[in-house]
Ligand binder design. Structure first.
Ligand code: RET
Length: 285
């Protein structure tokens, strides 16, 4: 006798525990996550040590802002490592990986769908504003420009999260991506046109331009990586390699960036504290 359809297609439900075990046992994805938790923790200790004698409040604000990037990173990668912010999603028809399956390391069960490390995009909404706050303060910019940069930045990450998690329509994933890119252009306008002028007035052009260049190049890197990675065109179809790409970008965009900010601030407290007269709470330059 034939089995009823419902019995033939018994679905295996994937638990958070399965995802946790998968990350633990899959070396490429696993290291891309654990390495960052360790580096974020070590950099926090280093930064606290470097900044131990700074007492000027404005310089402290720049330093705390840069340190927050590492602190959020620990939270972000812990979300991924625990399996809390990971899901198996079935990509829509038309996507290069729409028929992909995932074999869970621990149980050996094969399920339909691709692993999405979506917690990354969520937590970028909390970490990247502090990158921009550091840059805006260093440039001696005003509250309006800093606020605008941060609002659009949060918009980039939330619409990027939407792009990653949309499973109803392939086209809609790219529609979200396009919205996200348009927000990125607003942030780039502030970084490339507005803040360099402010930084001239603040006498911080040299460090600002260095950090700005690093930021613009890497942020383009993230954007292109998403497009070619397993969630975009799938040219790089492997979840672990896609994840390592972001993790490698993070090492420079977060930790090297924060180090440069803090190292400069500790050595130039007089320049940073001068920003108060035209800075975050003052008038437009
Ligand atoms: C996404 C995909 C959608 C389009 C765009 C993106 C840009 C992401 C960026 C991420 C930067 C992350 C950083 C993290 C460090 O903590 C979301 C990939 C434009 C710019 C700097």
């Amino acid at each position: 006798a034939q089995l009823p359809a419902a019995v033939e297609h018994t679905a295996i439900s994937v638990t958070q525990g399965d995802l946790f075990e998968h990350i633990l046992n899959e070396p490429v994805i696993g290291t891309s996550i654990y390495v960052n938790i360790a580096v974020a923790g070590l950099t926090l200790l280093l930064f606290a040590f470097l900044a131990r004698n700074v007492s000027d409040p404005r310089s402290q604000l720049v330093i705390v802002s840069a340190m927050t990037v590492s602190a959020v990173s620990i939270v972000s990668y812990s979300g991924l490592a625990s399996g809390l912010t990971i899901s198996i999603i079935e990509l829509p028809d038309g996507h290069a990986l729409d028929t992909a399956t995932t074999t869970l390391e621990h149980s050996g069960a094969t399920v339909d769908g691709t692993i999405s490390l979506w917690g990354r995009y969520l937590t970028w909404a909390f970490s990247t504003p502090f990158i921009l706050l550091s840059l805006g303060l260093l440039a001696g910019s005003n509250l309006t420009k800093i606020f605008t940069a941060i609002v659009f930045d949060v918009g980039i990450m939330i619409t990027g999260l939407a792009a990653a998690l949309t499973t109803s329509s392939y086209l809609f994933r790219w529609f979200w991506y396009a919205i996200s890119c348009s927000f990125l252009l607003v942030v780039f306008y502030i970084l490339l046109v507005e803040w360099p002028e402010d930084a001239k007035t603040a006498n911080t052009s040299e460090i600002f331009n260095l950090l700005r260049n690093l930021t613009v190049v890497l942020w383009i890197g993230y954007t292109v990586w998403w497009a070619v990675g397993n969630e975009g065109l799938g040219i790089i179809s492997d979840v672990g390699i896609t994840s390592w790409g972001y993790s490698a970008f993070d090492l420079v965009a977060k930790y090297l960036f924060s180090f440069l900010v803090i190292n400069y601030t500790v050595k130039n407290v007089d320049i940073i504290s001068g920003g108060e007269s035209y800075g975050a709470t003052g008038d437009a330059v």
